[in-house]
Write a protein that binds this ligand. Sequence first.
Ligand SMILES: *Cc1c(COP(=O)(O)O)cnc(C)c1O
Length: 233
Amino acid sequence: MSIAENVLRVKKNIALAAERSGRAPSEVLLCAATKMNDADRVREAIAAGVDICGENRVQELCEKNAVGAYEGCPLHFIGHLQKNKVKFVVGTAALIHSVDSVELAEKIDAAAKKLGIRQDILLEVNIGNEEAKSGFAPGELLCAAEKISHFSSVQVRGLMAIPPICASPEENRPYFAQMKQLFIDIGAKKYDNIHMDFLSMGMSADYETAIEEGANIVRVGTGIFGARDYGTK
Ligand SMILES: *Cc1c(COP(=O)(O)O)cnc(C)c1O
């Protein structure tokens, strides 16, 4: 299957899942998780109609951005962001999905202020309360959001999650439903600088379930580009 065929298939599945959840297909955005795919393959995905490119390593983002790989497509940062690399991403990525601490938000705020911009971010939630995973614990999210609402050069646009690896997408449905509830609860607080516009959850194995539970950005890598070869890179 070519990248173009894969994108078409994924978009069709997205449309069907959106309809099952009572929404228009256009309300759900397809973010291509482009890690380990070179500029030409990224361009192929853009030409085939993905809505967003999501990069999760700063160095890869910089290299591909330098050769214009993302031209014509919004670029998001979806990976773990180290505080010392914030300056490479702020102002370059339209949305940073993976803000997992108040300190990181503060660094992003400072970098955005320096550039005279407002940086859109999502708060990453460790919805499975997993030891090894980054993200705010569900129980600390409200308090963190309140603190981040005071940073005037970041704007929180929603939430992101990577649920535990499960044997079947059905097992993740409760996590996706919990995320939707947090999304509603935080939105209801009407904090300054916080608008719950985007709920980023669902990957190749479970994006349809995520959409049924309310996701409006899904991040798909393998389903578009095929399996990644970690052995050679
Ligand atoms: C790689 C990646 C994805 C996509 O994973 P697939 O299972 O290949 O679809 C989604 N989100 C993040 C943060 C990723 O790093």
